[in-house]
Design a protein around this ligand. Structure first.
Ligand SMILES: CC(C)(COP(=O)(O)OP(=O)(O)OC[C@H]1O[C@@H](n2cnc3c(N)ncnc32)[C@H](O)[C@@H]1OP(=O)(O)O)[C@@H](O)C(=O)NCCC(=O)NCCS
Length: 188
């Protein structure tokens, strides 16, 4: 994990201006965050992917096992990856992981690997804060589950477009769609 600067979040006002919100913050994770990250990871998947992937898969997700994977990843971070936690009133409610692309064929080098926020915090601006703190304006690609219209709309707001790439999410047999933000926004 590279260092990620903590920063206060801003939330969009109804008229589209931004208003600082002391409730939200973005910070690097500690290994001790692993259990709560495992718990919210499973909760976010169940909230977001009901109807998009098999119910049996979602029901079988295990927060303790997911927390153990977080513990391993945070204890030995993969080089050149950035992981950040988004908090509301100090409690983790989301996270982002950015790193080198994991696909042999990749349209740009950097992959936005994970961006997950609890449903209760959607629309607050925290997801934008996580994305911009971890990735800035750099070129990147990502995979989004087919039918995840909210995520596609969110990424379009941030300059990503579907490029026609697809792959199978093997554990569930569902289709993932690739979105890419090209180098016009690249700053490094
Ligand atoms: C994807 C995610 C990070 C986006 O964060 P967010 O706070 O929900 O995003 P925002 O509210 O800023 O933007 C979502 C946009 O989608 C729009 N939207 C909501 N539901 C929609 C739908 N069914 N179809 C199309 N657009 C939709 C919203 O109106 C909003 O656009 P607007 O700001 O122009 O009004 C967050 O929803 C999330 O974590 N979801 C669960 C996990 C997930 O799917 N992660 C992405 C994996 S690739």
């Amino acid at each position: 994990m590279t260092d990620g600067a903590s920063s206060d979040s801003v939330i969009p006002s109804p008229r589209g201006r931004t208003t600082p919100s002391p409730r939200y913050a973005v910070r690097p994770p500690a290994v001790s965050d692993a259990p709560v990250l495992g718990r919210i990871h499973v909760q976010i998947w169940r909230e977001a992917y009901a109807g998009l992937m098999p119910e049996r898969h979602l029901a079988g997700l295990d927060a303790l096992a997911r927390g153990e994977r977080w513990r391993q990843n945070l204890s030995a971070p993969e080089p050149a990856t950035t992981t950040l936690v988004g908090t509301c009133d100090g409690e983790p409610v989301g996270f982002v992981v950015v790193g080198p692309g994991r696909d042999d064929q990749r349209p740009v080098e950097t992959e936005l690997r994970v961006l997950n926020v609890l449903a209760a915090q959607h629309g607050t601006g925290l997801a934008t804060q996580l994305l911009t703190t971890a990735l800035g304006e750099r070129a990147a690609y990502l995979w989004v589950l087919a039918g995840n219209a909210r995520a596609v709309a969110f990424y379009r707001k941030h300059g990503f477009e579907l490029d026609g790439g697809t792959k199978l999410h093997e554990p569930t047999g569902t289709t993932e769609l690739r979105m890419v933000r090209q180098g016009a926004r690249q700053t490094s």
